[in-house]
Design a protein around this ligand. Structure first.
Ligand SMILES: *[C@@H]1O[C@H](CO)[C@@H](O)[C@H](O)[C@H]1NC(C)=O
Ligand SMILES: *[C@@H]1O[C@H](CO)[C@@H](O)[C@H](O)[C@H]1NC(C)=O
Length: 362
């Protein structure tokens, strides 16, 4: 079983190195002595390609087992080798499933899962995803052990240097593992099992902290995977800000628009007054004209009309045109129609004519 960070590191490394496996295919020759772990990644490498392994006879043969659910180097419809059942493991070579190794036997680097569990495995097993041990056993310095050393007792520590990559280049990433019980770590200098440190205590490595996070400041921080919880007051303040912003905007807009509305209303009233005055004016003129025409000639009504039309056209041009220019074009045209429609007097035609006149001119 691999540590999660280790897997991540391997992934980073794989994306930067092209060599994943050898090039020899099934049936071609290979040399078992070329089997090795790659520098920096500790990834297993052999002469054979990603679907075969190098047999003791020196030829590449189909793999007999796999460790991953989705192994590298297989197409989606390829037949995959089997995964090993409980009580067995698949070695790095992926040749075939083997039974778990008893304590004290040789195992492969970081392969705690190759070792047989201790009798008191429920007590020793690490259920977290930190991968401190597998079912209570660890593989340290290629020997199967049980993670059963108690506080203050001598322990075995294994430091592995991985090459990690950042934007600034390579840097070493040291993984330190020991055979202490849960809640303890194997101190690198005294080689004794010590209690894991609480948040805020000084530390020199992640393994010393119960949270598995030694911050650059040299103090144990909270776990990197711990969800961040905010105090209730933060929710309240944010809520007030949101609703305050919403209502503030609404109220502000209401007042801003009410100013605009007042201005528009004022314009309309002014326009109506002018139109009214104009109308009164026309009525007066009509009266005077009628009075003056009727008295000398009673048959001249039609000619009188034409006179009125031409005259009120001239009048409107002089008196109303500047006002019309001031009014908003949209509002004034609408209002003009409204007023003309409303006007049921004899002068309806005259008003309409005037309107079209103006429309043509502007
Ligand atoms: C742990 O070991 C015990 C005893 O060998 C075994 O019964 C159990 O299935 C193991 N658990 C896991 C998760 O492998
Ligand atoms: C602890 O594990 C070791 C093997 O790593 C074993 O030899 C020893 O007996 C165990 N001790 C106890 C107290 O279980």
């Amino acid at each position: 079983m691999y540590l999660l960070p280790t897997t991540l590191l391997c992934f980073l490394l794989l994306s930067s190195t092209t060599v994943k496996a050898g090039t020899q295919t099934e049936g071609q020759s290979c040399d078992v002595n070329n089997n090795r772990l790659q520098i920096g990644t500790y990834q297993f490498w052999s002469d054979c390609d990603s679907q075969t392994y190098c047999t003791a006879r020196g030829t590449c043969a189909k793999r007999g087992c796999r460790q991953d659910d989705f192994p590298f180097g297989y197409a989606p419809d390829d037949e995959l080798p089997r995964k090993c059942p409980r009580g067995e493991f698949c070695p790095d070579e992926m040749s075939e499933c083997q039974v778990l190794l008893p304590v004290g036997s040789e195992c492969q680097l970081n392969r705690d899962d190759q070792c047989e569990a201790p009798p008191n495995f429920p007590e020793l097993a690490d259920d977290s995803d930190r991968g401190i041990n597998f079912n209570g056993s660890v593989c340290l310095k290629n020997i199967c052990m049980w993670a059963n050393v108690t506080e203050g007792d001598t322990c075995i520590v294994e430091n592995t240097f991985y090459i990690a990559y950042s934007a600034d280049g390579e840097f070493p990433d040291i993984r330190s593992r020991g055979n202490c019980r849960l809640g303890l770590y194997c101190d690198g200098t005294s080689l004794k099992c010590l209690k894991e440190k609480a948040t805020g205590d000084s530390c020199t490595a992640d393994k010393e902290c119960a949270s598995w996070n030694c911050e650059p400041s040299g103090k144990c921080g909270i776990g990197a995977d711990v969800p961040r919880r905010l105090a209730i007051w933060v929710y309240i303040v944010v809520g007030i800000c949101i609703f305050g912003g919403m209502f503030g905007t609404l109220v502000g807009l209401f007042f801003w628009h009410s100013k605009q509305r007042d201005a528009d209303r004022e314009k309309r009233v002014q326009y109506w007054r002018e139109q009214n005055a104009f109308h009164q004016n026309l009525m007066q003129m009509r009266e005077t004209a009628r009075a003056s025409i009727i008295s000398p000639n009673q048959n001249g009504i039609s000619s009188a009309r034409s006179t009125i039309y031409s005259r009120d056209g001239a009048l409107s041009d002089e008196s109303q045109a500047p006002i019309m220019q001031n009014a908003a074009p949209k509002a004034s045209s609408g209002l003009r129609n409204y007023l003309t429609e409303d006007n049921s007097s004899d002068y309806e035609d005259g008003m309409m004519m005037q309107t079209t006149d103006r429309k043509n001119r502007f």
